[in-house]
Design a protein around this ligand. Structure first.
Ligand code: GTP
Length: 210
């Protein structure tokens, strides 16, 4: 296991693993979302995450399998300094707020700022409004969440970790975006390498083929 990225050597060397972070204020439901996605369980009792917790699950995207290494981070303020170090090597992030808490939504901009400061510039991010089952306590409606996400250029989902509604969607979407981002990077690297080849070398290859 690579302590910085959370990937096993085999996963890293084959490019089949991807480190993703689950971020957001304390109590928005990050741990419940992850547990629902990975194990399809929901335990209502709240136990604050200390530091970071790890889970992994393989997802299939267009016939390709990607092992998501999910870093469930602590939302509590006292763990924030640690949160910044865990951005290293992350290819994706799920940014969670609670639809029954306006405050958690208002803090999204701070979280996005932290991602900008500490994460790789290619990191893919999706926004999730969780706890949609709390229908009579909604403080942030879907339109508001969607509009904000669009403004930030991010994909948006609403979920309920309690009922399981939509929980797979943000994870699958992120996996897809990560694979697409890798493809773009690979193409760019290939083009860069191609452009590096001296003209004389190119000629040689051309001559040989004749
Ligand atoms: P930290 O570990 O402090 O960062 O919190 P967290 O974001 O991981 O929150 P957690 O998953 O522990 O959930 C906090 C509380 O919200 C728990 O009491 C959960 O039962 C509750 N909760 C989480 N998701 C949902 C949901 O979709 N609906 C409802 N009604 N409650 C939820």
């Amino acid at each position: 296991m690579n302590v910085k990225t959370g990937e096993s050597y085999a996963e890293r060397s084959t490019g089949l693993g991807a480190k993703i972070l689950v971020l957001g204020d304390s109590g928005v439901g990050k741990t419940r979302l992850v547990r629902r996605f990975v194990e399809d369980t929901f335990i209502p009792r709240y136990v604050a995450t200390v530091g970071v917790d790890f889970r992994s699950k393989a997802v299939k995207v267009g016939g390709k399998e990607l092992m998501l290494q999910i870093w469930d981070t602590a939302g509590q303020e006292r763990f924030r300094s640690m949160t910044t170090t865990i951005f290293r090597g992350a290819e994706g992030a799920i940014l969670v707020y609670d639809v029954s808490s306006r405050v958690s939504f208002d803090h999204l901009e701070d979280w996005i700022e932290s991602i900008r400061k500490s994460a790789d510039q290619n990191i893919r991010v999706v926004v999730v409004g969780n706890k949609t089952d709390k229908e009579d306590q909604i403080e942030v409606d879907a339109r508001t969440g969607k509009k904000f996400s669009e403004l930030m250029g991010l994909n948006f989902f609403e979920t309920s970790a309690q009922s399981g509604k939509n929980v797979d969607k943000p994870f699958n979407r992120l996996a897809k975006e990560i694979l697409e981002a890798r493809q773009i990077t690979e193409t760019q690297l290939f083009e860069q390498e191609r452009n590096k080849v001296p003209i004389s070398e190119e000629k040689k290859t051309f001559e040989c083929l004749c």
